[in-house]
Design a protein. Structure first.
Length: 337
């Protein structure tokens, strides 16, 4: 099981264009009212990319939170994009919906070409979809697309209300780790802008050690210290700032590599590795890939009471990640496929 991987990442506006396939058997994305929600899908359609099936995950709590007419129009705008689209209603708060994602992928041919847009997926679903995709027979890699927001929406007081508490800390289905491991925990917090979420995870697990990982460099210079500022309540409670580590917010492979080093530290300290992916979605992607290779790692998430409908506006950079699933490396698979 590798502890480090090479970065396979391209800017979609430049070198990434030539890396895209001319056809995909399946495109998976999410519904949303953010400007970036359907940006990747529209781009593929404009390039005349052949799409066998398009599956969009429609999160009920997000949809029901929309009250503005223009936001509703943006949310429903996938209907005018072009290809035949299947919309799957699901709840980010229900584990049975996450477990059921695999059934949506039944019938795909061996070695299917898959494109996954994580831009507006909830983080638990990034893990659920990655596991489901990894179980497609003969799959060598998947193209993961991500569009950064131009800016996040925030309150006049400077907070980022992406979701509403209270938080319920839960295991992400399929990533519960191994029960036979050490009871004491090394908790890795992939920091986001919701400091109360990180604090909830810490208080639930009471770990022996906490290692926060900040997404730096950030998408934009303006956000470079925002995660640290927003998590100040956690740092006041525990001296975790001394163990602060960094991984580029838009590079999942560097998150994978940081987690590889932290796994070695956890093993040396005889602690179980627990990861909470609260921050940027590419970092969650890196954590999901790491945990597929290292099933002994446990993943927990602070599930909120509800989600906001729209959390960002405008478009930032778009990225292509070529994520490999080596058949011999994934748990539950043999080299014979």
């Amino acid at each position: 099981m590798p502890d480090h991987v090479f970065a396979r990442i391209w800017d979609l506006e430049t070198t990434g264009r030539s890396r895209l396939s001319k056809n995909y058997d399946l495109f998976i994305g999410g519904c949303g009212s953010d400007t970036r929600a359907y940006s990747a899908l529209r781009s593929l359609v404009k390039k005349r990319t052949s799409l066998g099936e398009v599956l969009l995950l429609d999160f009920a709590q997000r949809s029901s939170a929309i009250v503005d007419a223009s936001e509703r129009a943006q949310y429903d705008s996938y209907e005018s994009i072009g290809p035949r689209i299947k919309v799957q209603s699901c709840s980010p708060l229900e584990s049975r919906d996450m477990r059921g994602i695999g059934s949506e992928l039944l019938g795909l041919p061996s070695g299917a070409k898959v494109a996954l847009d994580i831009s507006v997926l909830t983080k638990p679903y990034i893990f659920a979809v990655m596991r489901a995709i990894s179980e497609i027979p003969g799959l060598g890699f998947v193209h993961v697309l991500y569009t950064e927001p131009g800016r996040y929406l925030h309150t006049p007081s400077g907070t980022y209300p992406f979701s509403k508490g209270p938080y319920r800390v839960v295991d992400i289905p399929g990533f519960a780790g191994r029960l036979s491991g050490p009871k004491d925990v090394l908790l890795v917090l992939l920091l986001g802008f919701e400091g109360s979420a990180s604090k909830a995870v810490f208080e639930e697990l009471t770990p022996a050690k906490v290692v926060p990982v900040n997404g730096f460099p950030s998408y934009l210079l303006h956000y470079k210290d925002e995660s640290i500022v927003q998590n100040d309540p956690l740092f006041e409670q525990v001296a975790a700032i001394e163990d602060l580590q960094f991984a580029p917010a838009a590079n999942p492979f560097e998150t994978f590599n940081v987690l590889g080093d932290l796994k070695k530290e956890a093993d040396q300290l005889q602690l179980s590795l627990v990861i909470s992916p609260i921050g940027p979605k590419p970092m969650a992607l890196g954590a999901a890939l790491f945990c597929l290779h290292h099933p002994e790692a446990r993943v927990v998430y602070p599930m909120p009471a509800s989600y906001e409908g729209k959390v960002s506006t405008d478009l930032g950079k778009s990225w292509l990640y070529e994520v490999e699933f080596p058949t011999a490396s994934l748990p539950g698979k043999s080299s014979a496929g």
